[in-house]
Design a protein around this ligand. Structure first.
Ligand SMILES: *Cc1c(COP(=O)(O)O)cnc(C)c1O
Length: 355
């Protein structure tokens, strides 16, 4: 079977318009045509991030933006608190340790979240940053970023948000909610190709960059900001990815941000309710914390289910992450996913699991 239905957790499927934007002769990243698109991409991303500050495009995956956040805004010895919900938020803690920050982990039980009050309890007057994942793609839970923003605003710590599997699907009002550093990747809810990370800093975070002593070169955000205004990048960016991501962001804004958020909620509910009817429970302990982009379910022998879906129905979902591989599976409803894709998945799941 060649036609596939993609319900993955990233990279996600891309609309034809996004694919076609790549299908052209290369253009110079120093030329006027590229600069014009790059500037328009920046404007679209500001709308999507809901920030007045620049959203910088880095040629790396989302993990590069995580590292950029640490290099540009923290110095060895700084105390930071990391809310650890799973593999991806643990990665932030590991990067912080790589740069010799003093990391305090606040760990949730698998499938649960960390609350702002738990983080506040771990903070001291010395705490320079709080790292929170918006949507933990490993366990399928989401954090209340607005509540974290309110809690952290009264402190001197910067609120760093990994919104890699949420930005463009789940609401995040960067400025209004008081997030200081927000980053994402192109290849998840934004429907772009892999290869770009997007990062924005608040005024408070930009001020912090002036005092930081960590060396940085490739990910020097100050250098990137200097020429961002003219639609340029310090180094050769992933030109084709920029062209494609621009189209993807246009599609998101044409649909309308609120409509896009609503669609994600609708599709997630459809998957979760449909699986409940088949007796397959969510992996997250509380449905109110459950992700609406990476719907994660508990199922014994889940790899066999994932394999049969792909082989017999051409429906590609994601297996469980790391130690959850044998007992969970994940259905991505982020980005370029339609109701008919979800209905097809539920139909196939019923055939496989109903037997
Ligand atoms: C995918 C993902 C990442 C890593 O992004 P890459 O682009 O693969 O480096 C980080 N955090 C979360 C929550 C993710 O889902």
């Amino acid at each position: 079977m060649d036609k596939q239905i993609l319900l993955m957790t990233g990279p996600t499927g891309m609309p034809d318009r996004v694919i076609h934007a790549m299908n052209q002769q290369v253009i110079s990243h120093r030329g006027a045509d590229f600069s014009a698109i790059s500037k328009k991409l920046g404007e679209n991303l500001k709308t999507i991030f809901q920030t007045k500050n620049d959203v910088l495009t880095l040629t790396s995956s989302g993990t590069g933006a995580m590292e950029a956040a640490v290099q540009n805004c923290f110095t060895a010895g700084d105390e930071v608190v990391v809310a650890v919900l799973g593999v991806f938020s643990e990665r932030m803690a590991k990067i912080c340790e790589t740069y010799q920050l003093r990391v305090k982990r606040v760990c949730a039980a698998s499938g649960e979240v960390v609350t702002p009050s738990q983080v506040l309890a771990a903070m001291t007057p010395e705490t320079r940053g709080v790292f929170v994942v918006h949507n933990e793609s490993a366990t399928g839970v989401r954090s209340d970023i607005k509540a974290f923003g309110e809690a952290i605003a009264k402190t001197d710590a910067l609120l760093v948000v990994d919104s890699v599997s949420a930005m463009g699907a789940m609401e995040l009002r960067m400025d209004a909610w008081g997030a200081d550093i927000v980053f994402t990747s192109a290849q998840k809810a934004l429907m772009g190709p892999p290869g770009l990370a997007l990062i924005a800093l608040s005024d408070r975070a930009w001020a912090r960059t002036e005092t930081v002593k960590t060396p940085t070169f490739y990910f020097d955000l100050k250098a990137a900001r200097c020429i961002h205004q003219i639609g340029q990048h310090p180094w050769t960016p992933a030109v084709f990815s920029v062209l494609s991501l621009y189209e993807a962001t246009c599609m998101i804004l044409e649909e309308g941000l609120q409509a896009v958020y609503d669609r994600h909620i609708r599709l997630s509910n459809l998957v979760i309710d449909g699986m409940a009817e088949l007796g397959v429970p969510l992996y997250p302990k509380n449905r109110s914390d459950a992700s609406i982009t990476v719907n994660t379910f508990a199922l014994e022998n889940s790899p066999a289910f994932v394999k049969r879906l792909a082989q017999e129905y051409g429906i590609v979902i994601s297996g469980g992450q790391d130690d959850l591989n044998a007992t969970t599976f994940r259905v991505g409803t982020m980005g370029y996913v339609s109701e008919s894709d979800v209905v097809a998945f539920l139909h196939a799941a019923k055939q496989i699991l109903g037997a």
